[in-house]
Design a protein around this ligand. Structure first.
Ligand code: SF4
Ligand code: SF4
Length: 101
């Protein structure tokens, strides 16, 4: 399996583990018990910054990391206040972002 597949599998396992902990994950998120998970497929990112503009919580930044295409890639800000709204994922033209909650 490729690396992207491995990452998706791991994220899926974490997601389902979180779901088993709480009967109502949405309620748990609202109570601050579970953080939404934002996953970036970095190798597809062009660093265009549209997701940065879309995030109402200013929780995405273009970091210092370069991908194999030579672009600096988007990532969560260190002090992110992500609510899991998924506007960033909707905005990204390259389908880089997945939001799990
Ligand atoms: S919108 Fe997509 S391609 Fe552009 S910086 Fe954000 S994640 Fe990268
Ligand atoms: S899911 Fe919403 S709050 Fe979280 S990083 Fe994306 S746009 Fe920002």
């Amino acid at each position: 399996m490729d690396i992207e597949g491995d990452i998706r599998d791991r994220d899926s396992q974490l997601f389902h583990a979180d779901r088993q902990k709480f009967r109502n994950p949405k309620s748990a998120i609202n109570r601050g018990l579970v953080m939404p998970k934002v996953v970036f497929q970095e190798e597809r990112c062009k660093g265009c910054g549209l997701c940065v503009l879309a995030c109402p919580k200013k929780s995405i930044v273009i970091g210092d990391k370069l991908n194999n295409q030579g672009f600096t890639v988007a990532c969560l800000a260190p002090d992110d206040q992500c609510t899991g709204c998924a506007l960033c994922a909707e905005m990204c033209p390259d389908v880089v972002i997945e939001v799990w909650k």
